[in-house]
Design a protein around this ligand. Structure first.
Ligand code: UDP
Length: 254
């Protein structure tokens, strides 16, 4: 078997049976942690993620607060049992980096200036992993933000894209991410404008491959966005009999 067919067979199927532009199965549940202001549990293939949002609350320590806007504190953590070789519990450089870039993505969407002097904490815990956890975490955290009622100009939705065995594909699993020629591009967008709020690149790609990755990544993100919407509607859907009692638009709620 040559390198090309090791990752995609002659029928266009990947080793886990998916086609190139197919995302692993996703399940999202909203409001799973009663003590948090907003929360989400997400399964994405083998990846399992809890996200909880707290705030806006008074910023502690005070010297970190910004009198003009809220600050985002995003903590991405992997449980020791979430990877094949037990992970040391203390956060490593990778977790610090992922927390930083993910927090910066939220700074682009949350209306921070509405909550001066406060902090919004986002805690994300990876319980099981098989590549693509940072984008799964962002996707879950964004649903938790919406569940917390934090005003945002759009939701954030992420998906991995990249290359293995010479093929551009979306949502790489660990086997594909470990290909000798692998390119790994985690990305996250705002689905109503296609604005990219997170983009990282590990590996080497030609300009054409990179352009194809971005367009395939955006399409994949939009598929994931449908799952986010479905999950939020599931929690916040107004039963038909209640919606009949709502005032007509313009009638007022007094
Ligand atoms: N991984 C691992 N040990 C670690 C960090 C990562 O086994 O300390 C695995 C884990 O399954 C993760 C994958 O490697 O999902 C890919 O890691 P990467 O840093 O590319 O981040 P991700 O793709 O999960 O966002």
């Amino acid at each position: 078997m040559d390198e090309k067919t090791a990752y995609v067979d002659k029928h266009g199927k990947r080793t886990d049976g998916r086609v190139l532009n197919e995302v692993r199965p996703i399940k999202i549940e909203v409001g799973v942690i009663p003590e948090a202001d907003g929360s989400c549990y997400l399964e994405w293939g083998q990846n399992k993620v809890f996200a909880a949002v707290y705030g806006p609350n008074e910023c502690i320590p005070k010297h970190m607060s910004d009198p003009t806007k809220a600050i985002i504190r995003y903590n991405y953590r992997m449980a020791s049992f979430s990877v094949p070789d037990r992970k040391r519990p203390q956060p490593g450089r990778r977790e610090v980096e992922i927390s930083k870039v993910s927090g910066e993505a939220f700074e682009k969407v949350v209306f921070l200036e509405r909550f001066p002097g406060t902090q919004i904490e986002v805690e994300v815990e990876i319980l099981d992993s098989n590549a693509g956890t940072r984008v799964a975490a962002l996707t879950a955290a964004s649903v938790a933000m919406a569940d917390a009622g934090i005003p945002m100009k759009d939701i954030i939705v992420g998906c991995g894209v990249g290359k293995a065995g010479g093929h551009v594909m979306v949502d790489l699993n660990k086997f594909e991410e470990d290909a000798p020629d692998a390119v790994d591009v985690p990305m996250a967008i705002l689905p109503s404008t296609d604005e990219i709020v997170l983009l990282q690149l590990d590996g080497l790609a030609t300009r054409e491959e990179f352009q194809s990755m971005i367009s395939e990544g955006i399409k994949a993100c939009k598929m994931v966005y449908e799952k986010q919407k479905e999950a939020l509607k599931q929690k916040y859907r107004i039963p038909a009999e209640e919606s009949m009692n709502l005032p007509e638009q313009g009638e007022g709620f007094e």
